[in-house]
Ligand binder design. Structure first.
Ligand code: C2E
Ligand code: CA
Ligand code: CA
Ligand code: CA
Length: 279
């Protein structure tokens, strides 16, 4: 028994060692990926439900790994967040989104705001707001065409810190979307204290909206609350006509999900713009 116990510990150590090693390898590879331009943005259209037109796009990063193929963000964003790489990665994403927006505008697609996901650590980095302002100028973009998607975790920072950053962003004129709404920090007071344009209802609510009454009630309540506070509501993870119908009955403004389009590589977007009504 003693013997197997010791082996157990040893096995455990090896296991941990292996995981640390994998992580370090991924970190090194990710640093290299940034230098060698292995990241790419895919875009998912966001729909205006009553007009059935595309109001904008969400940028979602992927990593075209030379051996492992196309990796989803869940495989590398956490690693970037735990190292300092999230700063550089976040800058890469913002720059690529602005570059793509500029190119679409040059092709005559003038009103296609892009939402970009921003990690809390990225948002509170000293240079964030000033480099954001510089980027918008560099690509000559109207600030309101860029929206930042942040999660409720940003409110875990000191109020004064949050307030400072939020005021900067408001002055710059970019839009602010509260992502994954309903899954995180539970105080609602910040909805009034800070300037937030849109709430995005987490897709976990959408999954059972047609079967579980509680999820339907919560979704309907979030929609009404947001609207009475003057915010738009985006439902994410819409996969069925039944979900769309429910959202429309509840007066939800905007939706995105596989029911409309999966996130698309840049080459597919032009056709999508041409085949659909843009709002
Ligand atoms: P998120 O911001 O909540 O993005 C929505 C996720 O749901 C995306 O996954 C999208 O592909 C997926 N999705 C969209 N519609 C549907 C649907 O109808 N059904 C289902 N099952 N899924 C749907 P993705 O692209 O794998 O991104 C995962 C998360 O990674 C994002 O969640 C976001 O938190 C993070 N992320 C993505 N890009 C970036 C980025 O550039 N920077 C940072 N910091 N995080 C990012
Ligand atoms: Ca998002
Ligand atoms: Ca989300
Ligand atoms: Ca998320």
């Amino acid at each position: 028994a003693k013997e197997s116990g010791r082996n157990g510990v040893q096995f455990f150590r090896q296991e941990i060692g292996q995981r640390v090693q994998n992580r370090l390898t991924m970190e090194t590879e990710l640093r290299q990926a940034l230098q060698e331009d292995q990241l790419e943005l895919h875009y998912q259209p966001i729909w205006q439900l009553t007009e059935k037109c595309i109001v904008g796009l969400e940028a979602l990063v992927r990593w075209r790994h030379p051996q492992k193929g196309l990796l989803p963000p869940d495989r590398f964003i956490p690693i970037a967040e735990e190292s300092n790489l999230i700063q550089a990665l976040g800058q890469w994403v913002l720059n690529a989104a602005c570059r793509d927006m500029r190119s679409w505008r040059n092709q005559g697609f003038e009103s296609l705001p892009v939402s970009v996901n921003i990690s809390a650590r990225q948002l509170f980095h000293d240079d964030f707001t000033s480099s954001l302002a510089r980027l918008l100028k560099e690509y000559a973009l109207p600030p309101e065409q860029l929206e930042l998607e942040v999660t409720e975790t940003i409110f875990l920072q000191k109020d004064t810190t949050v307030e400072k950053v939020m005021n900067h962003l408001k002055n710059i004129g970019v839009g602010l979307v509260l992502d994954d709404f309903g899954t995180g920090y539970s105080s609602l007071s910040y909805l009034n204290r800070f300037h937030i344009d849109k709430l995005k209802i987490d897709r976990s609510f959408m999954a059972h909206i047609c079967q579980k009454e509680q999820d339907a009630i919560l979704t309907a309540t979030i929609i009404r609350m947001a609207q009475s506070l003057g915010m738009q509501v985006v439902a994410e993870g819409v996969e069925t006509a039944g979900q769309e119908l429910f959202l429309m009955e509840q007066g939800c403004d905007l939706a995105q999900g596989y029911f409309y389009y999966k996130p698309q590589p840049i080459e597919s977007l032009r056709d999508i713009f041409v085949q659909n009504k843009l709002c």
